[in-house]
Design a protein around this ligand. Sequence first.
Ligand code: NAD
Length: 689
Amino acid sequence: MAIDKYILVTGGAGYIGSHTVVELIQRGFKVVVIDSLVNSSYDAIVRAEYIVRSPIPFFKIDLHDKAALNKVFDDYAIEGVIHFAAFKAVGESAQKPLEYYENNVGGAVALLEVMSTHGVKTIVYSSSATVYGDVSRFKDHNYLPINEKCPTDPVSPYGKTKYAIENIIADLHSSDNSWRGAVLRYFNPIGAHPSGLLGEDPLGVPNNLLPYLAQVAVGRRDKLNVFGNDYDSRDGTPIRDYIHVVDLAQGHVAALEYLKTLEQGQGLYRVWNLGTGKGSTVLEIHAAFSAVVGRELPYNVVGRRAGDVLNLTADPTRANTELGWKAKLTVEDACRDLWKWTMENPYGFQVKNFKWSLFNDPGAEVNFASRLNTFTFGDFSVTIANYGATIQNIAFKGRTVVTSMDKLSLYQSDDNPAFGATVGRYANRIRNGTFSIDGVTYHTDKNWRGHTIHGGSRGFGRQFWLGPVAKSDETHGTLEFLIYDKDGSNGFPADVIATAKFTVDEKSLRLEIEARIPESSPKDVTAVNMTNHVYFNLSSGETIDGTIIKTCTDTILESDPDYLLPTGRVIQYKQKLSESVDLQPSNPIDNCFVAKVDGFKLDTRGDEMQTIVEAHHPSTGFKLTAATTDPAFQIYTGDFVDIGPYKARAGFCVEAQRYLEAINNEHWNKQVILRKGEVYGSDTIYTFS
Ligand code: NAD
């Protein structure tokens, strides 16, 4: 079997690194990322995963930690490295030169040593146009636009560290000419990912023009300072070659692909400029960004800044011809994408009222797979785990109102009765794990007494979801998770991409579910029924006994008592839940109630929300109201719960969903048959008072 080969991206959580990770994966490369997160946030990786719809192995490692780095090389078959990890602030480097040499040069040496030990001799390196220094220093030669033959003379300690590393790679190649070093000298990277999900996240005052302008536009800074308008340019302000970060990222992919075309054992050391070849002045950029924002942003001309030069424009001909790469996007594109990123993420990856933590299992901190994502508004707080898009906790007025465990291993155990899980692709039962659509019969994983329950043993509630994309304003926050379930998963046909969007405010949790079959799916039809399986407990005690519950209906789908599979008949429940009953142990419930008797749709989200259950407990006075657009809901009083501290009747479920086993009933199945081009959707809200 062929072993998957990986590209290691150092500094992959950073601005340029995260965009490059996305481009690499979209070009078919497998990627592993290391980053110390000293100047970035893991949320960039979360967002990158969301964009590419697949997990990205990540390790929080500092380059100097050679033991940890060695382990990554031991565990992954790495064929090449793209090296971004470095400190990059020119001004700061003049104040802290030793830290810059230590981190940038020391870190690169450590990386190259580990690569050498593992026989990995391919490196694409992030260098900078800053290594050329001030090209106006040549009085008798015009080096503009700057090509790779221009003599180098970096001025700042930062620039010198970049140049030192270039030389180290060149020397390695001289010592062993099977090394392949691609040195990419970037001009001025700008912009953000067009999805609005990734961008530069400057911590503190931005050093660069566009991030600064963006903060002026959102009111975080008063005005832009233009450093000098007495240069010999079109409008007196300095000229730079601004390159869209996505073009830049694609330049790395092109360099890597170029190195792969070399003969086996053949090495190379080569420098390429990555720029557009077109210069823009500071005032031109100001005008372009102001146009996107829709108003003239305030600016003030101040004196020249030490170290600034008139013109740094690239001659990118070498990269254009040799790498077959050319910048395609314009300054206007970059301004538009930056503005989208800024509007949608005004504080970068920091989201108000949101924090994430990790489950309390050993080793959880190494790769962040077991994240717990929490929004808090006032005295209402909701935590959703990536595992199963699980509602791991809801706290109301200082008390926990759901069953909640602190270990991922407990959620992963066979004893877990789907606590809080977002279950799919097919919630509830499928008789004998068998169903037919369009005359084709499918067999699904029989994970429960000869039948399928909750989508099989690797249903959605038992997989890690990607994301969440977290966003908030003053009053509410959203967490959007995504799962990409492949054709054949648990025996179901067709790829399915499902999203679960949780919205939290100061008293309610809303869950919008959507599922589609992507265009690329090998099959065109499947069965979908999704819900959340949270267990509520309003009593603050060990059981739900004494909870008073009232439903919108007493109509249920008749089911056999042993397997709870439907008979096809619609009947009245034996008690009048619609007139309130006390949940006592003598009164176990596990039935599918009917909220809508007709008008079945696949996407119910446009329908009016119907209150399906009201429940309260006299001991706390807490009240829960559940409303949904779904046509049915299962009520389960948790009589078989036995996990960790939780025993029978530790919580009750109100699972808004489709009719029980609708897939095997010709009158009900249009609720659950999803075809390519169609959308499955539901909307449910739980409100506490
Ligand atoms: P960034 O700060 O966003 O990314 C650098 C990443 O490296 C960060 O995520 C940081 O946490 C990580 N890192 C730093 N030191 C580390 C260490 N010792 N171990 C592990 N991780 C470490 O910066 P960026 O703008 O994405 O720049 C990426 C690279 O491109 C840098 O090497 C920079 O010098 C170079 N570059 C940037 C620009 C620019 O204008 N942004 C221009 C030319 C070159």
